[in-house]
Design a protein around this ligand. Structure first.
Ligand SMILES: CC(C)(COP(=O)(O)OP(=O)(O)OC[C@H]1O[C@@H](n2cnc3c(N)ncnc32)[C@H](O)[C@@H]1OP(=O)(O)O)[C@@H](O)C(=O)NCCC(=O)NCCS
Length: 239
């Protein structure tokens, strides 16, 4: 890694019922939140995402998982609380879709990650006409038929990743942020509407892990190129 790049550790995992054994690793607040889920898959995903998050951060910070505390920005973006300023400045982002979880970790750079399944039966054009910028919707319409769904998810995940790195909300960015759709562009461009003034610059990459129907986007604030290091867990595989 050079000063011109930022290494981002990306952890992928899949939750199942075995995560119930890990609930004791959670904070009281997290346990209460887990208990609020009525759908077992959503509960399992939440539990594993928080347990993994705590364990991965604990390894990097040299503390116990239960010792980590989070501050939550008004937009909902959580940050590691740095009571001890001497600790390394690890930042993170997390995302889930169904049982799939993606976590990203980097030193000193705000991150955003988004994960989606590409195999869902949706009408991408209908969604794009409603939620994308006119420029994005037109690009999607012109995309090759067989590739349209992939282009849709590349755009959606890139947008969410940028929004999450900036700690904004999708609602305020849907029509004011345009991203490049072509999933094969390794350095996708994006553009903010002039009406929103200057927003934090970031770099974005898309990842499509081989042998899966998953698509991810990763964004980091700043101008350094991203070096994602992918670590796929088999099952929960963390005990
Ligand atoms: C966060 C958001 C960008 C994407 O969420 P999503 O696709 O539904 O969910 P994902 O699984 O990708 O990400 C959820 C995780 O992102 C994090 N997160 C939540 N809000 C975030 C934000 N604004 N920025 C960055 N990260 C955020 C949390 O860790 C959350 O996990 P948790 O619910 O288990 O705590 C979207 O939900 C959003 O815009 N949220 C803001 C909500 C809002 O409008 N709040 C009102 C205050 S202005």
């Amino acid at each position: 890694m050079t000063n011109l790049s930022v290494q981002v550790d990306v952890v992928l995992a899949r939750a199942d019922a075995s995560v119930e054994a890990l609930v004791s690793d959670l904070s009281d607040d997290e346990r209460r939140r887990a208990d609020g889920y009525r759908v077992s898959e959503a509960r399992e995903t939440f539990v594993l995402s928080r347990v993994l998050l705590r364990r991965e951060l604990a390894t990097r910070l040299g503390c116990l998982p239960r010792e980590i505390a989070f501050d939550v920005r008004p937009s909902g973006k959580p940050d590691v609380r740095r009571a001890n300023g001497a600790r390394p400045d690890w930042r993170f982002s997390l995302s889930h879709t169904g049982p799939h979880i993606a976590l990203a970790f980097a030193l000193g750079a705000d991150l955003g990650i988004d994960i989606e399944r590409r195999d869902r039966a949706i009408d991408p054009l209908q969604i794009a006409r409603r939620y994308f910028t006119p420029q994005e919707a037109a690009t999607l319409e012109a995309a090759p038929d067989a590739e349209r769904l992939r282009w849709f998810y590349a755009a959606w995940t890139r947008k969410e990743a940028i929004v999450k790195a900036r700690g904004l909300t999708m609602a305020e960015s849907l029509t004011t942020l345009s991203v490049e759709l072509d999933p094969d562009h390794s350095e996708p461009a994006y553009q903010d509407a002039a009406s929103v003034g200057v927003r934090a610059a970031c770099r974005v990459v898309s990842l499509e892990p081989a042998g899966t129907d998953l698509i991810l986007a990763l964004a980091a604030i700043g101008n350094r190129a991203l070096l994602p290091l992918l670590n796929i867990r088999s099952g929960t595989g963390i005990v």
